[in-house]
Design a binder for this molecule. Structure first.
Ligand code: ASP
Length: 321
């Protein structure tokens, strides 16, 4: 493992469990897809994993969900627990075990709200814990090594030997163990037999702390929906959403656009109407690489390089103020 004990002072890495396939169980070790996610405790996931020299491990179960069902309430709790642990002087960093489906959203959310610059390393698995050859233990081991590394910072995701920044990572494959990519930016580095090989600087840690997340017991999260533009799109979904009203009215809309921020004309007309009615509208490209390059005369704001799911988080946080 990564040697992290140069000063000799004891340091802790805290591993927070949230569920996912990494904690999944199937009836047979041959079955890598017919499992139930979020069954094994984070303490059990640590199993025989040895801490790096000079580091002790601590485990805490924050949630136990299939990450396709991730919620704002869990994010709030996770952000609070991260902030709590990162504030302890002897804590070198935090590892979070998570499902692969929404790991990029949780990573981006934490990147956006955590004020500490200490490393927060999310990790996951594509095979359940009961698989003949599970990928979870190695990923957890690598993630702990990254969290314990002096000089590491920011929110990253470690999977299949690659370290991705929480801003750039996207799930790009449904089945392969190496299911993630970081688009044009590429990974931050690699973990090879416990050694780190960085190919670009650590992501910056210490984003904007959103006070309300850490103070309010129950938060009214603004409702922001994503609507995709495609051949034959219409304004019907946007109109229905804008008119829905009720106790949780639409506050924001992310449009998953074609190419460089383009929209079907019918969808664009409905979005402009929604914007005029006070709904915050943001365009984010549905292309997996590149960014929206703004043009003079654009009537709807764009989210630059953010994917639609990350643009939605950015808009939710903006509306939370
Ligand atoms: N549905 C699972 C989850 O996101 C998939 C996984 O972890 O690979 O929790």
């Amino acid at each position: 493992m990564v040697n992290s004990s140069s000063s000799g002072l004891p340091r802790r890495v805290v591993v927070l469990g949230t569920g996912g396939t990494i904690a999944g169980r199937a009836a047979s070790s041959d079955d890598n897809i017919g499992y139930t996610a979020a069954q094994v405790s984070v303490g059990d996931l640590l199993g025989d994993i040895e801490a790096p020299a000079g580091v002790t491990l601590e485990a805490e179960q924050v949630a136990q969900v299939d990450s396709k069902d991730m919620s704002f309430a869990i994010w709030q709790q996770l952000a609070r627990r991260c902030a709590h642990w990162l504030a302890q002087p002897d804590v070198a960093g935090v590892v979070i075990t998570h499902g692969t489906d929404t790991i990029e959203e949780t990573a981006f959310f934490l990147h956006s709200v955590l004020a500490s610059s200490k490393p927060v390393v999310l990790t996951c698995a594509m095979r359940p814990a009961t698989a003949l050859s599970p990928d979870g233990p190695q990923n957890v081991r690598d993630a702990i090594g990254v969290a314990a590394t002096r000089g590491a910072s920011g929110v990253t995701v470690v999977c299949a030997g690659a370290i991705h920044s929480g801003v750039d990572i996207q799930k790009v494959h449904t089945y392969r163990l190496d299911a993630f990519a970081s688009g044009d930016a590429g990974p931050v580095g690699y973990v090879e037999e416990g050694e780190l090989r960085l190919v670009r600087p650590w992501p910056e840690g210490g984003g904007m702390s959103v006070g309300k997340l850490f103070e309010a017991a129950e938060l009214q999260w603004p409702r922001v929906e994503i609507v995709m533009s495609h051949a034959g799109a219409s304004g019907a979904v946007v109109e229905a959403l804008s008119q829905a009203g009720g106790p949780d009215p639409l506050r924001g809309l992310v449009l998953a656009t074609t190419g460089n921020g383009t929209l079907h004309h019918a969808l664009e007309a409905a979005a402009l109407k929604a914007q005029d009615a006070g709904i915050a509208v943001l365009r984010a490209t549905r292309c997996s690489n590149g960014r929206i390059l703004p043009k003079t005369g654009d009537l709807l704001r764009d989210a630059g390089e953010l994917t639609p799911v990350k643009a939605r988080i950015a808009l939710v946080l903006e509306l939370l103020g």
